[in-house]
Write a protein that binds this ligand. Sequence first.
Ligand code: ATP
Ligand code: MG
Length: 361
Amino acid sequence: MALTIGIVGLPNVGKSTLFNALTRATVVAENYPFATIEPNVGVVPLPDPRLGTLAEMFDSEKTIPATVSFVDIAGIVKGASEGEGLGNQFLANIREADAICQVTRAFADPDVVHVNGAVNPKDDIETIATELVLADIQTLEKAIPRLEKEVRGKKTEAEVLETAKGAMTVLEQGTLLSLGAAQAGLDPEILATFQLMTTKPFIYVFNVDDAGLTDEAMQAELRELVAPAEAIFLDAKFESELVELEPDEAAEMLAESGQSESGLDQLASVGFRTLGLQTFLTAGPKESRAWTIRQGWTAPQAAGVIHTDFEKGFIKAEVISFDELVEMGSIQEARAKGKMRMEGKDYVMRDGDVVEFRFNV
Ligand SMILES: Nc1ncnc2c1ncn2[C@@H]1O[C@H](COP(=O)(O)OP(=O)(O)OP(=O)(O)O)[C@@H](O)[C@H]1O
Ligand SMILES: [Mg+2]
């Protein structure tokens, strides 16, 4: 399952700096607005300490973590929908993203230009929200006449057109569809087919400085501003330095800065939660591997992520939770003690299940 997160925000707020830290890439991150023009795409392994444990237990040749793709695009300014700045064309690069990560500047450094001359997270969030709403309105303005024609020609269900019009009404009130669609009674599955920006779940990253990392009052205020969406506070510049260090050095630096988990690890786990995802694990001498699935998926659906044949020919799954396996010490011991469960096609997967699928080909 290719999971993609699009990074948006005003110019010069630290989007590329965050992207570089995430992907350990070196794309241009410079102290001037619109340093990024072409989109950058990077694939990031999801840190998962369980994999190392499994690899040791199964003597695996390698570990393969689950991944997330990040797409870093140009900054958006007020009026982008009317062509201001670089316009909003490049939003097309994140139309297919599963979630949007909005980076908002909350660091002070007067040497870094703010396009509006002052650091004001609340205003900046509103500007970006407005531009994304306007971009969606533009998309629907093009789609609705086409859908009307298709409905007349009986090529499309009337409900699709009604959903598009309903979405338009929500957007015209200035509301993000992620917040307003359910209330307006819009079918989420139909809505998803329009690939609108504001239907996607949002994750807010506040790019702070040293002081901001420990300023709980400020964090509480910003958290409230974006609720029910999740807020993450990190110093993108510091994170980009952390990833250059050896793991133990990085852990020490992190502890010194008063954080228990790096901002990047937080972003990965919040992204997972926001998208309703979970991980299951497979292990053997060849590899120990993490796989991404949605919460609520059944065993055959999970098997299908490995190979479509596994889903079609699914017989049963031999399952044990990671924690229980660790307690047992080995899969042989778990089997001997009858701790391996045989689950059928209705079994709903749980995060951290270690699985071996049985299937017919
Ligand atoms: N937490 C921080 N504290 C201080 N400076 C920072 C921080 N994060 C990023 N910067 C600096 O801000 C500047 C802009 O960063 P970056 O190029 O990543 O922004 P951007 O949002 O990608 O901009 P653009 O839209 O122009 O591509 C860089 O000089 C970077 O070093
Ligand atoms: Mg950039």
